[in-house]
Write a protein that binds this ligand. Structure first.
Ligand code: HEC
Ligand code: HEC
Length: 457
């Protein structure tokens, strides 16, 4: 019988090498780390090193547990580093070793990042023709101060997925804006670097580039996307970082100086560049390949009868009852144009929204009307994530809109009272089916928008 000691070794043992293991001087205290091995198939071993901090670990291999040879040295950036090794031998063992004299080794680009030999095209995505003319052209919030370049957006992508952006290196932007969920978060309230929760639901980032008012956040407190990108980094309950500490931390990594040089012509790491690169990446999250997009080109021949009924309801066509969702979720980006709205979620107001920032009474309880692109993926819904699914959203608009002084006109019926749609079950289901045609599965899996780190965040 073939022995499989490697598997047993992996499954039964998590090696912990701490202070004063072999070879080390007594004063050279190593941080605690764990190594776990999984014998996936044949001679392939998946290795995960976990440690807190930014340490270099030397991976050693042995076929007899007596003499150990160096396999490679890795800078393990807080958390976990995943790696696969192939070794022909039936019995082969790995361990990790900490050497205080070798802590200056720094991650090389090839070691830290998985990047294609030729960069992706971020600068000029192919866009549907409707995006190249008004009204969508006017929604574009990319300005000549910061036009997308391939290298700039790539740097932004690396930053977006890098946990170095949080003070204890525990979370990245992507922790709360996950690609598989339309760059949003399944949690009602996302957890920050120390586990604290905010009071608003993370926003999906599909087509954030197209918003005519150019402002960001539910309450529009960021005047531009460039301004927005620095705020979560410094927010005490989100990433809790100072910009000075961040620039120092990034400048210490050679792969960053390379990426900054490619993006901006010199290796200097500074706040302005960080914000611009992050904004470029967010503007690269372009969704144009949903079932709806195909429908635009073929007069919706690809839609089911139910989806087409939902589409007509959404746009208030063909004498359907007054369900003109498209009054507020407008254009092929399904985003509001120049105004802000209150959709009657609650009264009294728990969250004052834009009025809480501006101090203007007529803006109390009004919020940015977000794009509905990929809405199926970005549950839960509304600024406080109060609704867990699209059926609840549709039922809310059907029967639950609450009266308040700032309730937007399209949601008012006779006498100004909240509109009651009285939709049949079939029509409610049709609206939900239509909303799901805005899902772009390519976006949720596109490698050019995915985590570039070897760390396996
Ligand atoms: C701890 C979770 C968390 C982290 C980390 C985080 N975000 Fe967010 N993000 C949110 C939440 C919650 C909102 C909505 C907050 C609000 O409106 O007050 C939001 C809103 C946004 C918006 C506004 C979208 C719109 O349409 O207005 C953008 C853009 C954004 N985040 C990008 C980023 C970037 C870039 C980073 C990393 C530098 C980041 N976020 C880190 C949770 C997070
Ligand atoms: C008067 C403008 C208006 C109309 C009409 C309107 N909405 Fe909205 N919608 C909003 C606003 C404002 C929000 C954000 C509210 C908040 O979170 O406080 C919103 C949020 C949503 C969301 C959640 C978005 C997210 O990212 O969480 C969905 C889904 C939605 N609307 C679908 C619809 C549908 C379907 C209809 C038609 C039945 C509709 N809306 C009609 C203004 C409107």
């Amino acid at each position: 019988m073939k022995a499989k000691p490697l598997t047993h070794f992996a499954a039964s043992l998590v090696l912990t090498f701490t202070a004063a293991t072999q070879l080390l001087a007594a004063t050279a205290l190593a941080p605690a780390a764990t190594l776990s091995l999984t014998h996936t198939n044949g001679s392939v071993t998946s290795l995960t090193i976990s440690n807190a901090g930014d340490q270099v670990w030397i991976v050693q291999g042995s076929s007899n547990l007596t003499s150990w040879a160096e396999v490679e040295s890795l800078k393990v950036f807080n958390g976990s580093y995943h790696r696969s090794y192939t070794n022909g031998a039936e019995n082969y063992f790995y361990r990790i070793f900490y050497d205080v004299t070798r802590q200056t080794i720094i991650s090389a680009t090839t070691n830290a990042l998985v990047l294609p030999a030729t960069n992706f095209n971020y600068a000029s995505p192919s866009l549907p023709t409707t995006f190249l003319v008004n009204p969508i052209l006017a929604e574009d919030n990319m300005t000549s101060n910061n036009t997308n370049s391939d290298a700039g957006a790539l740097l932004g992508r690396v930053l977006f997925y890098d946990r170095r952006l949080s003070t204890n290196q525990s979370i990245s932007c992507a922790s709360c804006h996950q690609q598989a969920h339309g760059f949003s978060d399944l949690r009602q309230f996302s957890a920050g670097h120390d586990g604290s929760l905010g009071t608003r639901n993370s926003m999906g980032l599909s087509n954030a580039r197209w918003y005519q008012r150019k402002k960001f956040f539910w309450d529009e407190r960021a005047a531009t996307l460039e301004e927005q990108t620095l705020l979560p980094i410094q927010n005490p309950i989100e990433m809790g970082m100072t910009l000075a500490a961040l620039t120092n931390r990034l400048a210490a990594e050679p792969f960053y100086t390379n990426l900054f040089a490619q993006a901006f012509g010199s290796p200097d790491v500074n706040t302005n560049r960080i914000s611009r690169a992050l904004a470029q990446f967010v503007r690269s999250i372009v969704s144009t390949q949903s079932k709806y997009d195909i429908g635009v080109t073929n007069n919706f021949a690809n839609f089911t009868t139910q989806e087409n009924l939902g589409r007509q309801l959404f746009f208030g066509q063909n004498n359907t009852p007054a369900v003109t969702c498209s009054v507020c979720h407008i254009t092929d980006n399904f985003v509001q144009t120049t105004i802000i709205d209150n959709n009657g979620l609650e009264f009294p107001l728990v969250d004052k929204g834009i009025g809480g920032i501006s101090g203007v009474a007529a803006e109390l309880g009004k919020f940015k009307v977000p794009s509905l692109r990929n809405i199926e993926l970005t549950a839960p819904y509304m600024h406080d994530g109060r609704m867990t699914n699209l059926e609840q959203v549709v039922e809310f608009y059907n029967s639950g809109v609450v009266s308040n002084a700032n309730l937007s006109l399209p949601l008012r019926g006779p006498g100004g009272a909240p509109l009651r749609l009285n939709l049949t079950a079939d029509k409610k289901a049709a609206l939900v089916a239509f909303l799901k045609t805005l899902t772009d599965t390519n976006l949720a899996t596109d490698v050019k928008l995915s985590d570039p780190f070897n760390y396996g965040n």
